[in-house]
Design a protein around this ligand. Structure first.
Ligand SMILES: C[S@@+](CC[C@H](N)C(=O)[O-])C[C@H]1O[C@@H](n2cnc3c(N)ncnc32)[C@H](O)[C@@H]1O
Length: 362
């Protein structure tokens, strides 16, 4: 006996976007328009609300499978670093502020598990909140997920913020930073573009009295980029795209038809928590941005507690390391730096510090 199958959901309401399914010309047009709205804004330093919000689930699904997935690769790099640096974030209520399709909260739960967690989704777009809630529930059916439509006031255990700075006017940005100061833990990831990364430095300066700075920095002092002579630099990092970026039809189309350079995954981020300030070794530092590789040497912008300095790394110091400087790093560029003046004598691994655990607000 044949059974009549229910009709498939209308195209606009589909949640999933299979990677092997090709993009239609309409999809390419939607993604191209999105690229203008988000990427051009964040790279062009424009801030403020968009003139229109998300339209439907198809648009959200397209975003989630493409731009959102790229953001997910950045979150994976950041959260791997959180774990590598022996930071143990609190569990409990996680707020995904400006959640969009829920990329950040999904990456968080994938890394730290869903047990004992509750996710609060805040976004001015109801369509986005609904999409994020559906995708979280599809992945973790028993998860407690709450949607809120106005900015929260109650402090949370974990605040996640992802790619929202370009959509906020200064008062909204200030309000978000004030809210972050009440949270027990903050993980904030943004595009690695100059103006946005500079805003994150401002957030760091305002939060570091209240919360311990855990990453990307190796110290809790004033950001070295606020020091003299570094106004043209910005704190950003390069991650490695996921392997599927180079193996699937979807990503091939995204690269060719939407014009996204998949090799470049620049991001800026900030991780802070309520708890002990880590006393790092003053030799410990992080290489910012892209090393400038020349014949026989590279110039590295190295951030340490003493500030940011451009140091010379000679090829003969470590040839394999030198050769890898041109590639996207598979691990954060964190090193114990031995230098004589502006010449690096050696770069070694920073020993894993004792676990950082949060202290609860009294
Ligand atoms: C570029 S999307 C990023 C979405 C998601 N966080 C991600 O990383 O994929 C920015 C999101 O912020 C939301 N948004 C913009 N202004 C907002 C505000 N003032 N309060 C809350 N959400 C806002 C938008 O609706 C949009 O979903």
């Amino acid at each position: 006996m044949s059974r009549r199958l229910p009709p498939p959901p209308p195209e606009e309401n589909r949640l999933e976007f299979p990677l092997e399914e090709g993009l239609t010309a309409k999809d390419v047009a939607i993604l191209t328009e999105m690229r203008e709205r988000y990427i051009a804004r964040s790279e062009g330093g424009i801030h403020g609300p968009l003139d229109r919000s998300w339209l439907n689930a198809r648009e959200l699904a397209l975003y989630d499978a493409t731009f959102g997935a790229r953001i997910g690769w950045k979150w994976r790099a950041v959260l791997a670093e959180v774990a590598q640096r022996a930071v143990e974030p609190p569990r409990g209520t996680i707020l995904d502020w400006g959640c969009g399709t829920g990329v950040a909260s999904r990456a968080w739960l994938e890394r730290f598990g869903a047990e004992g967690q509750r996710v609060v989704l805040f976004d001015t777009s109801q369509a986005a909140r609904r999409f994020a809630a559906q995708s979280l529930r599809a992945r973790w059916p028993g998860l407690d997920v709450v949607e809120i439509e106005s900015p929260p006031h109650k402090p949370v255990d974990v605040l996640l913020v992802s790619h929202v700075i370009s959509e906020l006017l200064d008062p909204a940005f200030d309000g978000l930073v004030d809210f972050a100061a009440t949270s027990n833990f903050v993980a904030w990831v943004e595009p690695g573009s100059r103006d946005i990364a500079k805003k994150l430095v401002l957030a760091r300066e305002r939060l570091r009295d209240e919360l311990a700075v855990l990453a990307p920095c190796t110290h809790s002092r004033m950001c070295g980029l606020l020091g003299a002579g570094r106004a043209d630099d910005w704190c950003h990092h390069h991650g490695a795209p996921a392997p599927e970026a180079f193996t699937t039809r979807l990503w091939n189309q995204v690269a060719k038809d939407v014009g996204i350079d998949l090799r470049s995954l620049a991001y800026a981020f900030l991780v802070l928590g309520r708890g002990p300030v880590r006393a790092g070794d003053p030799r410990d530092g992080r290489i910012l941005g892209r090393p400038r590789v020349e014949k026989g040497r590279a110039l590295l912008d190295v951030c340490r507690a003493e500030g940011v300095a451009t140091l010379r790394f000679l090829e003969r110091t470590d040839k394999p390391f030198f050769r890898a400087l041109g590639d996207a790093p598979m691990k954060p560029r964190l090193h114990r730096v031995e230098a004589a003046g502006d010449r690096i004598e050696s770069l070694s691994e920073i020993p894993t510090p004792p676990a950082w655990v949060p202290t609860k607000r009294g």
